[in-house]
Design a protein around this ligand. Structure first.
Ligand SMILES: Cc1cc2nc3c(=O)[nH]c(=O)nc-3n(C[C@H](O)[C@H](O)[C@H](O)COP(=O)(O)OP(=O)(O)OC[C@H]3O[C@@H](n4cnc5c(N)ncnc54)[C@H](O)[C@@H]3O)c2cc1C
Length: 287
């Protein structure tokens, strides 16, 4: 066995919300082969497991996770050739943008500042400022439910708004190829810096959070509906609807996962009662 299994580890430090309980097992593979080995190991023992990236869109319950949490952030290796960027599941979305920029390629600037990995980004079809990963994803290499390695092309990924086939089918992304278009390096860098400045100006980055707490409902903006209902600043325990950006739920210091989920329900119910629009969490709430 080439990977270390830690037992009974607190997950909060690994999660961008800085909340949640303990994992029965925690594994941090450093390569695709270690990841494959770890998945096969827990499958063969009928042990529950979840493969995660930077945990920037995840909330584990305070009662913890009764299985193995496999963190992929150490599985990195990003390269560029002939307009195509190939990344491993643990590469950051920001590094995807940086490598595109270094090679004078445009399109992926929107990834800059999204604090997730390529694996979490493909799962979520992460996007911002008019771009989303599905526009650039060419194909990916995955472990399927039988433990086989399969290659899946963009057309077969069932991409939608913050949605992909990974949401409902057991598929673990190992690596992926992304397209890009020819660009001017300075202009690409300027666009990345412009988008980062927008994030800093509009988002409460000084507090732990999972980014946008709710998906954008058709025809509306979640933050605008929440603000319209007077919910900015509303708290449950240490969880609060950000005053800076009503679409964010932040941890003001000592929030539990239960505080966060109760606040999400309170906000969703209040917005529904007052506007008739039901907000669905974008945060993946693990049971
Ligand atoms: C301050 C802040 C700003 C944010 N801004 C944005 C934004 O602009 N746009 C946006 O879309 N999101 C944004 N997010 C949310 C988050 O960063 C994205 O959803 C990101 O794609 C999650 O990546 P991750 O690696 O952290 O995934 P995780 O949170 O670790 O996991 C998310 C899901 O992906 C699955 N997963 C992870 N890796 C793999 C893999 N290798 N194979 C299969 N499944 C996998 C997990 O099981 C889980 O279900 C923001 C979050 C924060 C905290």
């Amino acid at each position: 066995m080439n990977f270390l299994i830690e037992e009974n580890r607190n997950l909060a430090p690994y999660c961008s919300m800085k909340a949640g309980g303990n994992a029965k097992y925690l594994v941090q593979p450093k390569s695709v082969s270690e990841l494959c080995e770890a998945v096969a190991y827990f499958r063969s023992r009928d042990e529950k497991y979840i493969v995660v990236g930077n945990c920037s869109n995840l909330l584990f319950p305070d009662s913890g996770y009764d299985g193995a949490v496999i963190i992929t952030c150490g599985i990195r290796g990003i390269s560029y050739e002939n307009g195509v960027i190939t990344a491993h599941c643990g590469d950051s979305l920001s590094s995807l943008a940086r490598v595109a920029c270094e090679n004078s390629r445009a399109g992926l600037e929107f990834c800059y500042g999204i604090p997730g990995t390529v694996g979490g980004g493909v799962y979520m079809n992460a996007g911002a400022y008019g771009g989303e990963l599905s526009q650039y994803f060419i194909r990916g290499s995955f472990i399927d439910k039988n433990g086989e390695i399969v290659v899946i092309e963009n057309n077969d990924m069932d991409f939608g708004y913050r949605h992909s086939r990974l949401n409902y089918e057991e598929l673990i992304l190992l690596s992926a190829e992304f397209s890009s278009v020819e660009g001017d390096r300075d202009a690409v860098r300027a666009r990345m810096e412009e988008l980062m400045a927008k994030r800093k100006a509009s988002q409460p980055l000084e507090y732990p959070s999972c980014g946008s707490a709710f998906k954008r409902p058709a025809g509306h903006y979640a933050g605008a509906l929440i603000e319209q209902c007077g919910l900015k600043g509303t708290s449950v325990g240490g969880a609060q609807v950000s005053v800076k950006h009503a679409g964010f739920v932040i941890n003001t210091g000592n929030a539990t996962a239960t505080d966060v989920t109760e606040l999400l329900s309170l906000v969703s119910d209040t917005v529904f009662n007052e506007t008739g629009v039901r907000l669905e969490p974008e945060i993946r709430i693990i049971k």
